[in-house]
Design a binder for this molecule. Sequence first.
Ligand code: NAD
Length: 503
Amino acid sequence: MVSSHELTSLKHETQQSIYLYINGEFISAAGGATFANMNPFTNEQINLVSEGQKTDIDKAVSAARDAFEHGPWKTMKLSKRLSYIYRIADLIDEEVESIAYLEALDTGLPISQTRKMVNRASENFRFYARMVESRLVGDVYQVDDEFVNYTIHAPVGVAGLITPWNAPFMLETWKIAPALATGNTVVLKPAELSPLTANILAEIIHKADLPKGVFNVVHGRGEIAGDALVKHPDVQLISFTGETTTGSTIIKNSADTLKSCSMELGGKSPIIVFEDADFERALDACVWGIFSFNGERCTANSRLFVQESIKDKFINALKARVSNIKVGDPLDDRTEVGPLIDQGHYNKVKGYIDIAKEEGTEIISGKIPTEFSKGNFVPPTLILNAHNDMQVAKDEIFGPVLIVMSFKDEEEVISLANNTDYGLAGYVWTNDIKRGHRVAHKIDAGMLWVNAQNVRDLRTPFGGTKYSGIGREGGHYSFDFYTEHKIIHVSIADHHIQQIGKL
Ligand code: NAD
């Protein structure tokens, strides 16, 4: 827990402007512009943030390129490079409470949840240090007695990383850890709505004494700073997490400079509860899966399909949970759902609830204590009597809103679950083991859980199908993206060489 003394000093610190981190220095944006960073709980300004433009991106990419080409990072002994990665993890662990506090302040996520995200962030660094040590290995191909061919992994160059506001610190580290551990240099463009913890990471990396230029942060608008990063000819890859429409724009804009892009995009994931499921566990998982992270979760189970025979009982239980969920101050340990990230997003989510009313559904909402009227609060909401073809069942709402639908049998629910543009995740609850596997195989999504909430071992691949993304990160799958596979063909005998033009 943060002590009251630490809290006062953190409050003081957060009121300071925050800067860009380029080539080992915290500096203002070249043009001197700033933007206001708002508190989702009070809608008051937290602080000002330096607003990077194309010039600042050029500067950061040039520092990262120089560090890649001429610095020691990619050529140093692996044990030394990984010792930096372990050091970053240790320094994050020392700051868990203050990072969790700043993340909750900046995003409105409940502090009990941001604390877990920060723990996961340090684990991302440790995990990738271990993975590079043990799994960044090549293959050998013996070709008769004539050749030995082998593959090596080479770092790609400057990695452009663009991240969203919904779990900022954790998602940033999820990209930075494999990018750095494999020897790349990085320019991070964090979401403009949640800039605070990216600078704590820059401070930590500064303290860990990484060579200058290896890691850089440029704050700024997506359409300006993000766009300049995407179009920069000296950036080799873009790892992006965010909305599907932004992902599509980025792919188009990166085409002229032929970048490889990894896309982690939106979702509208189904949770399917069969009549034979463990009722209480399915209920716990369903409620957590949609209302944790304020519902601003890419893998949220936002479409519930419950089998008709247990529908009424399940809905009654959901109503009871929703009315009990503690909505409140994100900095209060007891809070389960906090305010949404900003007023724009609040209006969007509220707008969807209005659309659902117009579409003839029944709306059940939890309670928001009256003293919290200044924050961007949307109460936990159930949309009952909905159909899969309604707009609220099709679009990603990205808030604490569960669309509740029912089904007759397995065949019907597979068809309903797959009738969506998205394909990020899916959850199946049944005590029939064969059916659990069968249905999971048939749901068109990148990640399925059977009788489980969203628990993810870091070794497993993460990513979606259809409009939910392109490519997989996580585990050794990240190596396919953050490294080039190079093949070295070595002749070990005098193989035949055709002769032309010889007299
Ligand atoms: P967003 O697409 O609005 O913004 C994400 C980032 O992209 C921000 O840093 C933004 O500044 C930048 N950006 C915006 N326009 C850009 C452009 N033209 N060029 C370059 N960069 C640009 O997303 P958001 O609202 O911050 O995040 C919410 C979305 O993220 C949801 O759709 C959610 O499902 C998705 N998400 C997906 C995953 C996943 O792993 N699949 C994880 C978390 C969030």
